[in-house]
Design a protein around this ligand. Structure first.
Ligand code: HEM
Length: 494
């Protein structure tokens, strides 16, 4: 009898416990969160089909005009929040900055070992140390200035080469990319690296392979999809090759640093600086940071220069105004110098306007929601991916008059700047994970542009009218021109 009572009491207690536990669990995970609006989700693919047919930043902008500036999509398995207004950008990047300070893990960055770098390291102590090293040591204003001789040498080589091609057609896109990537690689690991060019072309190839949406990232729980997409073997091969070059660079630096005072114009390169850090970075971390800096800095700066050139060619009034300003400032100098950039107010407005209309990171870098939170009454699920459409925000008619017009004058007497406080203009992002390379990026853009404007007049290579220049884009790690920019330089003689 006693045993029976014990038996029934135990069963009853277990059932009660399971009932309460079930209630707690179901209460905790609300089955119907109030998600932001979005298009109907299909089984398995969710909203992938809604993105087919045009460039992702265009498609997302079009969808947001229908569903609103805070939109929910399901891309494969991944719950995705798309932000398309400055007001919601502020919510994500300022009000809830801490919640959205991690990046989602991306297959390409994992294969390329980038999760040890700054951009894709999870938010936390390691990321904080790297970010500190990056802003205080690698990309501080003093460090950026110390690379002036390298910039000057490489940009002058470009100018000399263009002058030698006077009157004939050149592929400016290609030449500018080569100059900028050489500047970044020389600042990153010095002049002596014999594999500079090989490294540049490998990273270019990796960016091409990794750009855009990847099947493995859309269905992270189906690991086998990562293998059939073809991306994995390609990236693994590229990683092996870049890693070998980077490891040689690190080993050589260690070896040489034992005995030498620096050789590259007396300037320490970024690998030297990283190897000296008190915060212990192993070789894999050093390689990942260098890859990050190189990857983040080269395409972005090069494409900004080419877009600016294209916009100026398309608008003869603007190119004449820039040339007048640059020639007035430089004609009195023996050699155009970086310190003269401060005199070039109008050129700086041109660069701002270029970054408003053509931010290289049109969708910034993705973020991840670190804990369930509410924005304007909507639930943002834990782990959802957050995409900020900086391109759409820069063209939002609620904030910009005649938003699609290239009109640098709009920045005259405007306090809008790059610091990430003006959420209607965020080409470098905002908040604690915004771009740490703003200063380096801007000087890498402004200085070459000033010299291209000073030394040459420019003509379109075909018989087309300037205003008909095609401005189609292509989406990848950076949004670049679809067609390379072919121009004919005519040397300016003061
Ligand atoms: C015109 C030039 C550039 C543009 C438009 C640009 C833009 C951006 C954007 C939009 C982000 C993501 C920010 C966010 O998610 O809020 C970013 C991140 C980053 N950029 Fe830049 N960038 C440029 C140049 C550079 C340069 C020259 C470097 C370094 C040499 C650099 C290093 C980085 C790094 C390391 C990150 C990752 C930051 C993090 O996640 O903590 N960038 N950049």
């Amino acid at each position: 009898m006693d045993l029976q009572i014990i038996y029934f009491t135990s069963i009853f207690s277990l059932i009660t416990f399971l009932f309460i536990a079930h209630n707690i669990v179901t209460k905790k995970s609300d089955p119907t969160p109030n998600l932001p609006p979005g298009p109907l989700k299909l089984t398995i693919i969710g909203n992938i089909h809604n993105l087919i047919g045009s460039l992702p930043h265009h498609k997302l902008r079009d969808l947001s005009t229908k569903y609103g500036p805070l939109m929910h999509l399901k891309l494969g398995e991944v719950s995705t929040i798309v932000v398309s207004s400055s007001e919601y950008a502020k919510e994500v990047m300022k009000t809830h900055d801490l919640v959205f300070s991690s990046r989602p893990s991306i297959q390409a960055s994992e294969i390329m070992n980038n999760s040890l770098g700054i951009a894709f390291a999870p938010y936390g102590d390691y990321w904080r140390q790297l970010r500190k090293i990056c802003t205080l040591e690698l990309l501080s204003s003093k460090r950026v200035q110390s690379f002036q001789p390298i910039r000057s040498e490489e940009v002058n080589n470009l100018i000399k080469w263009i002058a030698s091609k006077e009157g004939s057609q050149i592929n400016l896109t290609k030449e500018v990319f080569s100059t900028i990537s050489t500047i970044i690689s020389r600042t990153a690991f010095g002049k002596k690296c014999k594999d500079n060019q090989k490294f540049i072309s490998l990273v270019k190839e990796a960016s091409k392979v990794a750009g855009g949406f990847n099947l493995g990232d859309l269905y992270p729980s189906y690991k086998w999809l990562q293998n059939i997409s073809g991306l994995k073997p390609k990236l693994e091969k590229l990683h092996k090759q870049t890693d070998k070059i980077l490891q040689n660079i690190v080993d050589e630096h260690r070896e040489v640093n034992k005995s030498r005072v620096n050789e590259d114009h007396g300037v320490e390169d970024l690998v030297d600086v990283l190897l000296k850090q008190e915060y212990c970075l192993n070789d894999n971390c050093v390689k990942a940071v260098i890859l990050d800096i190189y990857g983040a800095g080269s395409d972005s700066s090069a494409s900004t220069i080419t877009w600016a050139m294209a916009e100026m060619i398309k608008n003869p009034r603007i190119i004449e105004k820039v040339q007048a300003e640059v020639r007035e400032a430089f004609d009195k100098e023996i050699k155009p110098n970086e310190s003269d950039l401060d005199k070039l107010e109008y050129l700086k407005y041109v660069v701002k306007e270029t970054l408003r209309l053509h931010p290289p990171g049109a969708l910034l870098l993705p973020r991840e929601c670190g804990q369930t939170c509410k924005i304007n009454g909507y639930d943002i699920p834990f782990k959802s991916k957050v995409i900020v459409n900086a391109w759409a925000i820069g063209r939002d008619p609620n904030h910009w008059d005649d938003p699609d017009k290239f009109y640098p004058e709009r920045f005259i007497e405007s306090s809008v700047d790059y610091k990430g406080n003006n959420f209607e203009f965020i080409p470098f992002g905002a908040g604690r994970i915004m771009c740490p390379g703003v200063m380096f990026g801007l000087v890498n853009v402004e200085y070459p542009l000033a010299l291209l404007m000073y030394y040459f007049d420019w003509k379109l290579s075909n018989a087309k009218k300037n205003e008909d220049l095609d401005m189609s884009e292509t989406f990848g790690v950076a949004v670049t021109r679809k067609d390379d920019l072919f121009l004919i330089p005519i040397t300016y003689h003061p």
